[in-house]
Write a protein of this length. Structure first.
Length: 457
């Protein structure tokens, strides 16, 4: 462990004793003391007392400018007043119906106006809608196999939990990666039907189509993988996937749980100009509420209406959530706000790259509209195997140093990215850059010391 990282961890523990105590009180009742494995990290996670706009406050009263924003689910910011008012009005009319209401049609129409889909069904989480999308693709094509990319995350259902973060001794060759179950409890028949390719490597995809002719129902991907920082598709890659899927009769599914609201009004289809057959949405479309949706053509969606593929959910289209979704899409995630966010995000990326150059840190900053990250690598990350070489202790030094100075740069974990929200101001961006400028020189020194130690071996 770097000496500076040790100091930052000691500072973190001095500042946040109530978070440590809260975790210890929770451990007898919940595994790891938390409700999601992603919320657990060493020495212990921050416990949050309140949040408003771009600020979160922990149990010890420390305040942070939040670029985590609930893993990118809060592009509207915390407790956005427009969304709060919409939900308060709906609270007076009822909290749950379990029966149809007009907001369903209204929100479906809003989604169809933004994304290249004709029909929509709703759910409550990204996991739900990617699961339903895969089932729908299988039902429509009559095929069982799907293709995903190594290192990419599409929720915690069986079909998606394959080669999410495989270890180097398990992942196999770079041309034909292994299928590696990401959890115990996944039946062999489930993970064997999920084929694995390398992102930004069209030949690895074509090889699978040729190996399993007529067996692949769909290819699912994040157009910008955001389980490995920010990994941009190389020129021609998405176009190549579109051509391969069309040629082989498979559906192209965009998992836009993270990118759908955060790349622009029309998501990745608009941003890159390559249209999928199906889109999965969640996180920021709900403005802080549990809203998800999957959409496609009427022809494909008709098999749900015909009863060939079943889709249901008691909590689907909860009226509070739908009110939040409508307010978010109609009044918060507007073209004007996207333009402002894009400007702020570019300033953040450019500023970080200037600081990196000035300090001699081996890294780069990259962004795509609201999303961005400082990538602690010597060259551009183009796939999971590039990303897997990260110096984890150096990243932890970066994250805890930023947090100790009042800026939460990303969610904790080195595979995450920041979100610039509607609530952020130019002053928030400048403060982020000021703190990074304080932290970066020590990161560069630690990096050089590690390089020297490795050379001495």
């Amino acid at each position: 462990m770097y000496a500076q990282l040790k100091k930052e961890l000691e500072t973190y523990e001095r500042r946040t004793p109530r978070s440590r105590a809260a975790l210890e009180h929770s451990k007898p009742w919940m595994p790891l003391g938390v409700s999601s494995n992603f919320r657990s990290y060493e020495p212990y996670p921050l416990f949050i007392e309140s949040a408003q706009g771009t600020r979160v406050r922990d149990l010890d009263g420390n305040e942070y400018i939040d670029f985590n924003l609930c893993f990118g689910a809060l592009m509207a910011g915390h407790a956005n007043p427009i969304i709060v008012r919409a939900v308060e009005e709906q609270l007076k009319k009822g909290t749950m119906y379990g029966m149809p209401h007009v907001m369903e049609q209204q929100l479906a129409e809003e989604i169809c106006a933004r994304y290249p889909v004709e029909n929509v069904r709703f759910g409550n989480s990204g996991t739900e809608v990617t699961m339903h999308a895969i089932r729908l693709a299988r039902g429509f094509t009559g095929r069982e196999k799907i293709i995903k990319f190594e290192g990419c995350y599409h929720g915690v259902h069986d079909a998606a939990m394959v080669s999410v973060k495989p270890k180097a001794d398990k992942w196999g060759s770079a041309t034909e990666p292994n299928q590696v179950p990401a959890s115990a409890g996944i039946p062999k028949g489930a993970w064997e039907a999920t084929l694995v390719a390398i992102f930004n490597d069209l030949p690895s995809v074509e090889r699978l189509f040729k190996k399993y002719p007529g067996d692949v129902a769909a290819l699912i991907l994040e157009p910008v993988p955001m389980n490995i920082g920010v990994c941009m598709p190389q020129p021609g890659f998405l176009e190549g996937l579109r051509e391969l899927c069309t040629r082989h009769g498979a559906l192209l599914i965009y998992d836009e749980v993270k990118t759908g609201a955060k790349l622009g009004r029309g998501g990745a289809s608009e941003y890159f100009g390559v249209k999928p057959d199906m889109v999965c949405l969640a996180k920021s479309i709900g403005g802080g509420f549990s809203l998800a949706a999957f959409g496609t053509s009427r022809k494909i969606m008709d098999i749900i209406g015909e009863g060939k593929v079943f889709h249901a959910g008691t909590y689907n289209t909860n009226p509070l959530v739908m009110a939040a979704g409508l307010a978010t899409l109609r009044h918060v995630l507007t073209p004007e706000n996207y333009a402002r966010i894009d400007k702020m995000s570019k300033r953040l990326v450019e500023g970080c790259n200037q600081i990196i150059k000035q300090t001699g840190l081996t890294a780069y900053a990259i962004g795509a509209c609201a999303n961005g990250a400082v990538m602690l690598y010597p060259g551009e990350v183009k796939n999971y195997r590039d990303w897997a070489g990260i110096d984890v202790d150096l990243w932890r030094h970066y994250w805890f140093a930023m947090v100790n100075r009042g800026v939460m740069p990303t969610p904790h974990y080195w595979d995450e990215q920041w979100t610039v929200s509607v609530a952020h101001s130019d002053a928030d961006i400048e403060r982020h850059l000021e703190v990074f400028a304080e932290v970066a020189p020590a990161l560069a020194v630690a990096q050089q010391e590690r390089s020297g130690a490795m050379a001495a071996r």
